[in-house]
Design a protein around this ligand. Structure first.
Ligand code: KG4
Ligand code: ZN
Length: 339
């Protein structure tokens, strides 16, 4: 008998619902929240209100697009955390209610595990190659930057992490300094294609081992802009492409140098990237280049499964369903939740 999972993701500012059947995606809908753009970051209260407004229509459409009947759903999976508590509560409450009403199992999902397991989403009619275990995953998002040894679907060891800002925050905060709306990562990515990555040099941190640090880069970028603007108030607008390309080059070279180190230390050459920043075209190109050079077997998920989406919650829910990992009705969301 087939297993059909309805999945819900509301950890931050995207309301997403997906239907996954036997590991294959049937639908994956995302309602973004434009409202945060002008605030330079996600405003938690506005995010939870928008989730409230979006959740029912998004789930309704995900079920319709999947072409299934509501009675075909075997279980409901939801993001328990980490994330914004008010946002998580919307998805959690809906999932609990749905599970009671439909008398089906409730499955909690860790958002970070789900980013990693996005590599296992299958698509009908496509040649689906999935990593074999153990593989090494660079998880880079707005809140996290981690190097993870994935030993099995639910056995993940973090061997490196950021000591301060996440890679996505480095993109977003530096973008804000240049006057870009939130999130700046995709804007910097796009403008980088028009610039020279070696036009300006920014500081790379000295961090021992496999950990990362991005707060020094942000400060360096701030002082650099401040000094240049004193000489020429139009400096940012006149050098957008070069600024973005140089900043992006610095961030991705920090990420890739640690990934190379982690692969050498662990001896793992099966490599994956995950999380919103893994949508970055510069990172994707450079990592493909490194993979060829180092004979890595590389897994780069489609862009739609890198940024927040419910399909990754669905695939994680599917593997939990197969193992009988179900949650109780008194479960509550967690703002902080380790891998
Ligand atoms: O995984 P995600 O959607 O949400 C979290 O779990 O945090 O990641 C969001 C982050 C944001 O910081 C955003 O600026 C960044 O991913 N991002 C990108 C790109 N697309 C999204 N950063 C660089 N280049 C991109 N193309
Ligand atoms: Zn995420």
């Amino acid at each position: 008998m087939s297993v059909t999972i309805l999945a819900i993701e509301t950890s931050c500012d995207d309301t997403s619902a997906a239907v996954i059947r036997d590991g294959y995606i049937l639908s994956n809908l995302i309602a973004g929240q434009e409202i945060h753009r002008s605030y330079g970051g996600v405003v938690p209260e506005l995010a939870s209100r928008a989730h409230q407004a979006n959740i029912v229509p998004v789930i309704d459409q995900a079920i319709k697009k999947a072409g299934i009947g509501i009675d075909e759903i075997s279980a409901v999976a939801f993001t328990r955390g980490p994330g914004l508590l008010g946002s998580l509560l919307v998805g959690t409450s809906f999932a609990k209610g749905f599970s009671v009403a439909r008398k089906i199992p409730l499955i909690e999902v860790n958002h970070l595990q789900a980013h990693v397991l996005a590599h296992f989403i299958l698509e009908k009619g496509k040649e689906n190659q999935v990593p074999s275990m153990p593989f090494l995953c660079l998880l880079v998002s707005g809140g996290h930057t981690q190097l993870i040894v994935v030993k099995s679907h639910f056995e993940m060891e973090v061997i490196g992490h950021t000591l301060d800002d996440a890679a996505g925050e480095a993109f977003d905060k530096c973008g804000k300094l240049m006057g870009f709306p939130y999130p700046s990562g995709p804007i910097i990515d796009k403008l980088s294609t028009e610039g020279d990555p070696n036009a300006f040099r920014f500081s790379k941190p000295f961090v021992k081992g496999l950990d990362f640090s991005f707060s020094g880069l942000k400060t360096n970028f701030l002082y650099f802009l401040r000094d240049k603007m004193k000489e020429n108030p139009e400096f940012i607008s006149e050098n957008k492409g070069d600024l973005c390309a140089s900043l992006q080059h610095t961030i991705i070279s920090i990420l890739i140098s640690k990934l190379i180190k982690a692969s050498a230390q662990t001896g793992i050459t099966e490599i994956g990237i995950a999380g919103g920043v893994s949508a970055n075209s510069g990172l994707r190109n450079l990592i493909k280049h490194e993979a060829l050079k180092r004979k890595w077997k590389l897994f780069v998920p489609p862009v739609s499964y890198t940024t927040d989406n419910a399909a990754m919650i669905g695939i994680t829910g599917y593997y939990k369903y197969l193992r009988g990992y179900f949650s109780r009705q008194d479960i509550s969301p967690l703002a902080r939740f380790e891998v």
